[in-house]
Ligand binder design. Structure first.
Ligand code: PBG
Length: 332
């Protein structure tokens, strides 16, 4: 497409900006509640809603409160919710067996949501880090995060979540070969209609800091995730990963973090046209919240602007901790 621009004064761009009505008519992108996936943290206990210090406005909820939150989200029109477990340090192990326990926190939360709010889509996270004594997404053997044995464990975790009723499986581990293994297992175990939203281009990012606090993985993590998550300097690799995961059976793909990687979002959408999501991660959320709390920025406007940026960059939707606030703002 070649934009045509008449010379001034035939072209005056300000004509189309002169009123709210004109701006609405020529607006190129829209943010709607149906673009949102709300990530929430689940913990043990009853009737508990405990604030996460590094993420103002975000809390960890017990399963009963998760079901209630899902009800509120569905009532606001949010199509999907994504579950992350906060696992007590004493329950983390080297074999990560909690990850595929059919009665673990996440699987109980899935069932509770499906019982009470069947219309909302439930997404899960597949990676070993919440259950792992050393905080890594895969098994650690002699200091190495080993790939293939981890994939076997991730498949067990996937099947347990699908069995509990998960609609969308979200592998965030960045092991090689996991999408194919998960898709094959889902097909052969009768879960043909379970979607995979692959965290295909997931960078080794410092923006995940507050999340690791929220899931209690900060203290546990030994070392960094640089041998499996992507180098922030790379973009060709992101396209190769996305293509690989689509070929292995991913239904949708994700770029993570979000706002610092909008160039990747645009390239992915233009290259493959697949359903493309971005994750506005914990550090992005915390920065906006902290600046707003200090009165340095208008929190609501920055929130909406940041999310519109994802739409402009080609994303179909965004995982954001702001989901409920955005939905309320849009619904008025
Ligand atoms: C773990 C996982 C992480 C996030 C989602 N799943 C953190 C990590 O990789 O260390 C980050 C989410 C956020 O920062 O909001 N596999």
């Amino acid at each position: 497409m070649k934009p045509v621009v008449a010379p001034f004064p035939a072209a005056r761009f300000r004509r189309a900006r002169k009123s709210a009505a004109m701006r609405a008519l020529v607006r190129e992108n829209a943010l709607s509640v149906s673009d949102l996936i709300w990530p929430i943290f689940v913990r043990d206990g009853d009737n508990i809603e405990e604030p996460v210090a590094s993420m103002p406005g975000v809390s960890r909820r017990s399963v009963d409160r998760i079901a209630q939150a899902a009800r509120e989200a569905a009532d606001l029109g949010i199509p999907a919710i994504c579950l992350f477990p906060y696992i007590d340090a004493s329950l983390k192990t080297a074999d990560c067996a909690g990850a595929w326990d059919p009665d673990n926190l996440v699987n109980r939360a899935i069932r509770a949501i499906k019982d009470t709010v069947p219309e909302i889509a439930v997404m899960t996270d597949v990676a070993l880090d919440p259950y792992n004594i050393n905080g890594h997404d895969g098994f650690v053997v002699d200091g190495e995060i080993i790939n293939d044995a981890t994939v076997d464990a991730l498949v067990k975790m996937t099947l347990a979540q699908a069995e509990a009723g998960a609609d969308i499986i979200g592998p965030s581990d960045m092991m090689d070969g996991r999408i194919k293994a998960m898709r094959t297992a889902l097909e052969s175990e009768g879960h043909q209609n379970v979607l995979i939203l692959s965290y295909a281009a997931k960078y080794a990012s410092a923006f995940y800091g507050p999340f690791r606090d929220a899931v209690g993985a900060t203290a546990a993590l030994s070392g960094d995730k640089n041998t499996y998550q992507m180098d922030p300097a790379n973009s060709n690799e992101a396209l190769r990963l996305i293509e690989r995961d689509l070929n292995e059976g991913a239904d949708m793909v994700m770029i993570k973090p979000g706002m610092p990687y909008l160039d990747i979002c645009r390239q992915v959408k233009d290259s493959f046209g697949a359903p493309t999501f971005a994750y506005q991660v914990s550090g992005e959320y915390a920065m906006i919240k902290a600046a707003a709390q200090n009165g340095w920025i208008d929190g609501e406007r920055v929130m909406l602007e940041s999310l519109m940026a994802f739409r402009r960059a080609g994303c179909d939707g965004v995982l954001t901790y702001f989901a409920m606030d955005v939905a309320r703002a849009i619904n008025g």
